[in-house]
Design a protein around this ligand. Structure first.
Ligand code: ADP
Length: 774
């Protein structure tokens, strides 16, 4: 219960990579704890000052005995100090202090300087009586002197050096030569020595070892209070921790890998096949040189989770490095150590975290790397990913090469468009398209629901989510290519049910609830006259919870609120000048309503909806084609003239104006929309289209067909017009989706228009109709 009161003079250190602080204090006096007042957040106690008081300095009972003791002590102290190198200023100062300071202060000072264990120091601290303190310190002094003598004998040649070190850091180096068992134990407490030991026993490369030994030599001579001390120490600790030679053993068995992949993921056949091929080649070739796999697809389609499964099949550690928004190359390659707050890059950091040198690194979102004044992170990644170079990857912080050739890199991206070309060149892109509704239902029931139940501590005996409900969530509460929002909604349902289960307040289910059959169309269940019953009804609290709680549409509405998406297609297509296009975005396919209107004017075309240049060109192309074919199709402006822009302005709008859209694939949609506007006829409400157009009226192929078709299917459309040359892409689409849709393969715009309008768009058919309008 005895301590030292002190005044903090200086605090130095940093929080990274580990908090390491050096506190410089001036000791004031001993005190004794009388009563502990508070322990948290830090102890507060009532204390009593013990020394530096009159009675201790003057009023000694046995002056003589003490005088003798202090004289003896003084002699030993002088002997000790004189054994050190007097040319070092600190030693000379210490010598002067011995004469100048009151004798009573000497035991405390010398104990702090000589080599003693913590326990011995504490004993001296506890010795409140001066006499006792002198008595306890003298043996320590003698021990130290003997040790020094031995040291001088054994290391004569290096004497001078040692003395200097002793003078600067006496408590660390004095007595180094005398190795008794006791001291060896003490040495373990000395972290720098420990660190040195660790460095020597670690399996780092020769080059790294050389650098580390040099640094530790510097560290030993550095006073702890120097800011650089903490930096150097952190550096050395990182070097020791890095897995220079530590790796996990690969246990690759293709058959087992197939089972793991199949168990973890439903569908994604193409991706799984390619991953297995990749792993099989690795198994046969036994080295990792080869293209880096890059999974490209909308969010939430399982790219990251496949990466994790690959690590699992190989028995390797997995580490994800999020690259979204990284715009500084130091993020990848680290800061030089001269910087304040310098640190290694994410690659080296990742290796430190996993602790082995052959993990699976998932470079997430490589398409979202940005450039800035701080350099191009993509260029730094090139070195990391290139198998020819990465065996000697040099992080700026480490400043020595680290072998990355055993690391298995996998990248993910939403689109290849924004991946820097040089990086893309090193990767093999595997497209991961969005899921169909049926696939989503299967994924939900096989993977997501069991996972959510476990997360919320529920069992299948407590909650039952029929497939028709899942379909309802998919169509009415989410609109996405992946399953992430679906997963969140299922989480919300589980939370709500968990509350009910915990409260035991579930209302007994009414018999008609059980009628919610699987496989029936969800729309039938949300009829207005359905009885409003829900799991949030608390009217009948007395009844015990009815297990399992069935999630039907009313429950859905209670938990998730009113449906967010409605089938709006037919409502929006009830007037001329609207057509449905199919767009591809990094988030998956989408349907897009293109609207057109005309008004009196001077032949101007206005385009709104944040369009890119290519899209604007498509609009001009479409108008030019229509103008040149106006007579053939009997298209006229408001005053009956075949010159469509005569006294007429046209406004084309692509809704969702906040999202930038670009690409040529809206060409056919614009033509159809304008043809509808000028003919006054309605476009069929169940048809969507995509395709690039030429001035001559040809329809050229476009990309992203699978995602676009899935979007049309999600939106409940029945017919899809695609360019004829995209026919091959249809093979990728699941058979049941293909069955539910009719595909029109168009080679020219005539065919598009014929398919888009009920009864076709032939010249004769429209002539009558138009005349009646005019
Ligand atoms: P991404 O990386 O493509 O954005 P994630 O890998 O994070 O997506 O996937 C989101 C969630 O969806 C994960 O919990 C994952 O397990 C689940 N998931 C996605 N696709 C599948 C699938 N085919 N089978 C099972 N679960 C899937």
């Amino acid at each position: 219960r005895i301590g030292t009161a002190a005044l903090a003079v200086q605090v130095v250190g940093s929080n990274w990579p580990k908090p390491h602080y050096t506190l410089l204090v001036t000791g004031l006096c001993r005190f004794q704890v009388l009563q502990l007042l508070k322990e948290k957040p830090y102890p507060i106690a009532e204390v009593q000052q013990l020394d530096r008081l009159e009675q201790f300095t003057n009023g000694h009972k046995s002056e003589e005995e003490l005088g003798e003791l202090s004289e003896q002590f003084y002699k030993y102290a002088v002997q000790l100090v004189e054994m050190l190198d007097m040319s070092v200023p600190a030693v000379a100062k210490l010598r002067r202090l011995l004469d100048n300071l009151p004798r009573e202060a000497l035991p405390d000072i010398l104990t702090s300087i000589i080599r003693t264990s913590n326990q011995e120091k504490l004993q001296i601290l506890d010795a409140v009586r001066l006499e006792e303190r002198f008595k306890m310190t003298i043996p320590l002094l003698v021990r130290q002197i003997e040790g020094l003598k031995l040291l001088q004998k054994t290391r004569k040649s290096k004497q001078d050096d040692d003395k200097r070190v002793v003078a600067i850091r006496p408590n660390r180096r004095i007595n180094h030569g005398s190795i008794t068992e006791d001291e060896e134990e003490e040495e373990d407490h000395d972290d720098v020595v420990m660190l040195e030991k660790k460095i020597r026993t670690s399996s780092m490369s020769e080059q790294a070892l050389k650098v580390c030994l040099k640094e530790i030599k510097r560290l030993k001579k550095m006073p702890q209070s120097m800011p650089e001390y903490a930096l150097t120490r952190n550096y050395l600790e990182l070097m020791v921790e890095l897995p220079w030679n530590k790796s996990t053993k690969d246990r690759l068995e293709i058959r087992a890998a197939r089972i793991v992949l199949d168990n973890d993921h439903y569908a994604m056949e193409k991706l799984k096949k390619r991953v297995l091929e990749y792993l099989a080649v690795r198994q046969l070739k036994n080295n990792l040189k080869g293209p880096i796999l890059c999974f490209v697809g909308p969010p939430g389609v399982g790219k990251t989770s496949v990466g994790r499964s690959i690590a699992k099949t190989l028995g390797r550690e997995f580490h994800r490095i999020a690259l979204g928004g990284v715009c500084d190359q130091s993020d990848i390659r680290g800061h030089r150590r001269t910087y304040v707050g310098s640190m290694p890059g994410r690659i080296i950091n990742g290796l430190k975290t996993v602790g082995v040198n052959n993990p699976v690194f998932l470079l997430d979102e490589v398409d979202k790397l940005a450039k800035s004044l701080q350099g191009d992170p993509a260029a730094a990644l090139l070195e990391v990913l290139d198998p020819e170079q990465n065996h000697s990857f040099t992080d700026h912080y480490l400043n020595v090469a680290f072998d990355l050739s055993q690391v298995l890199f996998i990248a993910t991206a939403n689109t290849t468009a924004t991946i820097p070309p040089a990086l893309l060149d090193r990767m093999e892109v595997i497209q991961v398209p969005g899921y169909t509704q049926e696939e989503k239902i299967e994924i939900a029931h096989r993977h997501l629901i069991p996972k959510q139940l476990e997360l919320h501590g529920l069992t299948p005996q407590q909650i039952q989510i029929p497939q028709v409900t899942t379909l309802g969530i998919i169509t009415r509460y989410t609109r996405e290519a992946g399953v992430r929002a679906l997963d969140r909604k299922l989480g919300a349902i589980c939370r709500a049910v968990a509350v009910k289960v915990a409260e035991g307040q579930h209302k007994e289910a009414k018999p008609d609830r059980a009628e919610v059959g699987e496989g029936e169309d969800c729309k039938e269940h949300v009829t207005e006259d359905a009885k409003p019953e829900s799991i949030s009804d608390t009217a009948d609290l007395a009844l015990p919870p009815e297990m399992p709680i069935l999630i039907d549409f009313h429950a859905l509405k209670d938990i998730l609120g009113p449906p967010m998406y409605d089938m709006e297609v037919s409502e929006r297509l009830n007037q001329p000048g609207v057509a449905i296009g199919l767009a591809w975005t990094p988030l998956g396919g989408e349907i897009m309503f293109v609207e057109a209107s005309r008004m009196d004017g001077e032949g101007q075309l206005t385009l709104t909806g944040q369009l890119g240049d290519v899209m604007k060109e498509s609009a001009h192309l479409a108008i030019s084609w229509l103008r040149s074919n106006a007579k053939r199709y009997q298209l006229t402006n408001a005053s009956g003239s075949f010159d469509l822009l005569d006294n007429t302005d046209i406004h084309l709008h692509f809704p969702a104006g906040a999202v930038t859209k670009d690409g040529p694939s809206a060409g056919v949609t614009i033509v159809t929309c304008l043809a509808s506007l000028f003919s006054g006829r309605l476009v069929c409400s169940d048809v969507a289209m995509t395709g690039e157009i030429t001035l001559r009226g040809l329809v050229l192929p476009v990309g992203g067909i699978k995602d676009k078709v899935l979007a049309a299917h999600r939106a409940g459309l029945k017919r899809v017009i695609i360019p004829q040359r995209n026919e091959k892409d249809l093979e990728e689409i699941a058979a049941h989706v293909r069955q539910e849709l009719t595909f029109v393969l168009a080679a020219c715009l005539d065919e598009v228009l014929n398919a888009a309008f009920d009864g076709g768009f032939a010249v004769k058919a429209s002539l009558e109709h138009l005349n009646s309008k005019l």
